[in-house]
Design a protein around this ligand. Structure first.
Ligand SMILES: [Zn+2]
Length: 84
């Protein structure tokens, strides 16, 4: 667990997907538009947030000084019922 990025074990549960939602940068303490894993663009810290909940406020994690503190969704959690 030392790679410094999100990890997974089974590739069958994760799909590569391109969507502008992954490009959006969200300021601290704003509402997460989707459930998923968000990454601080300045220091790389990752958090899990549920849709509609607030992203962490500024200075809530040991952030690297001098870098931008904001959140980008890196993994989307799909809550929809699956076929079959
Ligand atoms: Zn940070």
């Amino acid at each position: 667990m030392e790679k410094g990025m999100a990890l997974y074990q089974s590739a069958q549960f994760i799909d590569l997907w391109t969507d502008p939602e992954f490009d959006k940068i969200h300021p601290p303490r704003t509402v997460a538009p989707h459930s998923g894993i968000y990454r601080c663009v300045g220091c790389g810290v990752e958090i899990a947030v549920a849709e509609g909940h607030l992203l962490p406020p500024i200075h809530a994690h040991p952030h690297r000084l001098g870098t931008k503190e904001a959140w980008q969704m890196i993994v989307y959690a799909d809550h929809r019922q699956k076929p079959g």
